[in-house]
Write a protein that binds this ligand. Structure first.
Ligand code: SAM
Length: 336
């Protein structure tokens, strides 16, 4: 029996940070952006990236073995996926979230054991009750965080645009909108919709730039505000993506009550996250996201679709349902 068991999975998981950091450093160095310009041999690539000769070849070949690069006749090129999603010059770039992970989360996760022992956040703004105020005090961190959000919401945004019955509604607002990936994607797909994004006032210019780049400034506007202090926009549909998981249970309930108050009868609330499966056994990404909220926030945690539907019904919503979006992400829809 014992001889059939292998430590391979355990070691692969335990040393998985090697894989992760090799990719994060490649993104930091802009390796995929350089190769998007055309294939290069090791010497040229090393010179373009400013790498020491000792380990450059191992680094490039590790990325080949990890499926991020291809090598033929000594020339390295991006895989199709890396070229589409990791070239900074393309609008499909999703590397912002990887840049933020490299810059902030990698170091903070090194203190996971401490976080588990104390229940206290470990990121650079740990201890600050005003997590976002502290994070946004530095303009570079503000931009880096908001663009990183576009990386994780680009996929779900397309699924939300495709799967929600938008034709039944006229207006919508994404609450906690960040750069605006969800409203831009939804508005592009559904030209009859108007609305915009609600977020802290510091986010305004970053949102407006992004919406202008997408040619949507005539239909999407910015609503500045603090969602704990101010009313939410009066629209037919409110979207909250990766919002509730930032906050403790009491705050989650306040936000759901605010959405309920702002919506008309028949209006809808869409909450989307990497929802944990109801059995809490299979969506590892959702469960690890919840640990990321431990690392990052004073009281945030992720939750199951059943949890969320329960809170929505307590807030007064009459119909609720869960729909899978893609990968680890699902949405919970509630109708007033
Ligand atoms: C985790 S991000 C989610 C961004 C986006 N919805 C997404 O899924 O990509 C949380 C967002 O909530 C916003 N936020 C945090 N506190 C807020 C507050 N008190 N009022 C309004 N927005 C707030 C942040 O600025 C940030 O854009």
């Amino acid at each position: 029996m014992t001889s059939e068991l292998s430590p391979e999975k355990i070691l692969g998981l335990g040393l998985g940070f090697w894989n992760s950091k090799a990719l994060l450093s490649a993104v930091e160095l802009g390796l995929f952006t350089v190769l998007a310009g055309g294939p290069a041999d090791a010497q040229t690539l090393r010179a373009r990236l400013g790498l020491h000769e000792r380990s450059a070849l191992d680094f490039f070949d590790a990325l080949v073995a990890l499926g991020m690069l291809e090598r033929d006749n000594g020339l390295y090129r991006n895989t199709a996926e890396a070229d589409l999603f990791l070239d900074r010059a393309k609008p499909s770039y999703v590397g912002q979230i990887l840049e933020m992970s490299n810059l902030r989360l990698f170091a903070s996760w090194n203190r996971l054991t401490e976080a588990l022992r104390t229940g206290k956040a470990q990121s650079e703004s740990a201890g600050d009750k005003d997590f976002f105020g502290a994070l946004y005090a530095d303009p570079d961190r503000l931009r880096s965080f908001l663009t990183a959000m576009s990386g994780i919401s680009a996929g779900p945004a397309q699924a939300i645009a495709a799967k929600f019955p938008w034709k039944d509604y006229k207006s919508f607002a994404d609450v906690g909108v960040a750069q605006g990936m969800v409203p831009a994607t939804v508005a592009r797909a559904h030209p009859h919709l108007t609305g915009g994004g609600f977020d802290l006032p510091q986010v305004k210019s970053i949102f407006e730039d992004f919406i202008a780049q997408n040619g949507l400034s005539d239909r999407l506007r910015f609503y500045p505000g603090d969602f704990f202090a101010d009313d939410l926009p009066k629209v037919d549909v409110i979207v909250m993506g990766h919002i509730l998981h930032d906050w403790n249970l009491e705050q989650k309930r306040i936000l759901l009550a605010k959405a309920y108050d702002a919506l008309p009868k028949g209006g809808a609330l869409i909450v989307y996250e990497a929802l944990i499966d109801d059995e809490r056994k299979t969506n590892a990404f959702g469960l690890l996201m919840s640990l990321n909220m431990l690392i990052e926030t004073p009281g945030g945690f992720d939750y199951t679709g059943a949890d969320c539907q329960g809170w929505m019904r307590e807030a007064g919503f009459s119909q609720t349902r869960v729909e899978h979006l893609l990968g680890p992400d699902s949405m919970v829809i509630a109708v007033k």
